[in-house]
Design a protein around this ligand. Structure first.
Ligand SMILES: *Cc1c(COP(=O)(O)O)cnc(C)c1O
Length: 341
């Protein structure tokens, strides 16, 4: 199959329209069989549930080419499970796990020409999403839903080398106690936009959100979980009901324990103890781990000993091992790599 003529190393993280996307309708209490379509537009009634009351959830994962030339996706079954819990929380129908994985497979196969070659650093970003489709004016769940999957090629995250991030402690909260912080819903992102736009305007890359109840504990950023390393080499990651359970973070915890023999603590992490850590990183599908060099808490700077020019040594080992597993250079745990082609 001929690849598209794309400068893989130089595309950013933006939307590039591909040939096919998957669409399935939920109507009269059941999902239809779903189709691949070339039509990239969604035509909605003006009163659609998603437009009025933000009834929408999404997922994000990647497909890429491994060292031996296969096209694979990383743990899509976990995205299906997470989307199930998001759907239940927003009173939406569940798109069955087997069908989710099958639809991801079909979309990637149909757009194989857009899957970047091995070694380019680029990947095919896959975006499953679901939204309330029919008109809703009284506040209630929609009855008709659309589940769709689009994909778009994205460039290497660390183009031009690793640059540790500078982040600030935010005055805004991203999630309420017992709210929707633990599901992947558009509404969590809508309300984070003001915080990220002002952070960027002030020269910060990201916001560190604290626990909304006491504002003393570290939660996560707008789209990535935290992972810290202590000075004696233990991995520490915050535990909280209002954190989105990152698949990358859960995979890194497994890698830390089972591949690198590191001790891992999943527990409450107080802002007060962050100054004692040796390394800090943000985990998510986009970057796997993005190192943090500096955290600014209302003018008080916490400079991580790993510095502003490179990943800390433990972060680097975690990054190299997980990306090695993803790219087929290191043997993966059973079930982690879903071979598409
Ligand atoms: C998607 C997301 C993450 C990262 O999850 P991955 O499954 O690792 O991509 C972390 N935090 C938030 C708020 C997210 O929406």
């Amino acid at each position: 199959m001929e690849k598209k003529n794309i400068d893989w190393g130089n595309i950013g993280f933006g939307y590039i329209q591909t040939d096919k996307r998957y669409v399935s309708f939920f109507k009269d209490g059941a999902w239809d069989e779903g189709v691949l379509t070339e039509d990239a537009n969604v035509v909605l009634n003006e009163c659609a549930g998603v437009l009025q009351y933000a009834q929408t959830i999404f997922e994000g994962l990647k497909a890429y080419t491994t060292e031996d030339g296969h096209i694979v996706a990383f743990r899509p079954d976990l995205n299906a499970e997470r989307m199930e819990s998001s759907a239940k929380r927003l009173e939406m129908p569940v798109f069955p796990k087997e069908r989710f994985v099958d639809a991801v497979t079909k979309v990637v196969e149909a757009n194989a020409a857009y899957v970047p070659p091995y070694g380019s650093g680029a990947t095919l970003y896959i975006r499953p999403y679901m939204f309330g489709f029919n008109p809703v004016i009284g506040v209630k769940p929609a009855d008709v839903y659309q589940f769709r999957i689009l994909c778009t090629p994205v460039g290497p995250y660390f183009k031009g080398g690793v640059k540790p991030l500078t982040i600030r402690v935010s005055d805004f909260d991203r999630a309420a106690p017992h709210g929707t912080g633990n599901i992947k819903a558009g509404l969590n992102y809508a309300m984070s936009l003001h915080a990220i736009v002002t952070a960027h305007a002030e020269g910060y890359d990201e916001n560190m959100y604290l626990d909304p109840g006491t504002r003393t504990k570290v939660e996560e950023t707008g789209g990535a979980n935290f992972l810290f390393v202590t000075r004696d080499g233990r991995v520490v990651t915050p535990r909280s009901d209002s954190i989105l359970p990152s698949i990358t973070r859960r995979s890194l915890v497994h890698v830390a324990k089972e591949y690198l023999g590191l001790e891992v603590e999943e527990r409450e992490v107080f802002l007060e103890e962050v100054k004692d850590f040796a390394e800090c990183g943000l985990c998510g599908t986009a970057a796997v781990i993005s190192p943090v060099g500096k955290i600014v808490d209302h003018g008080k700077e916490i400079c991580l000993p790993s510095g502003m020019t490179q990943m800390g040594p433990v972060t680097k080992k975690l990054y190299d091992t997980l990306t090695g597993i993803q790219m087929g250079r290191i043997e993966a745990p059973e079930g982690w790599i879903h071979v598409i082609q």
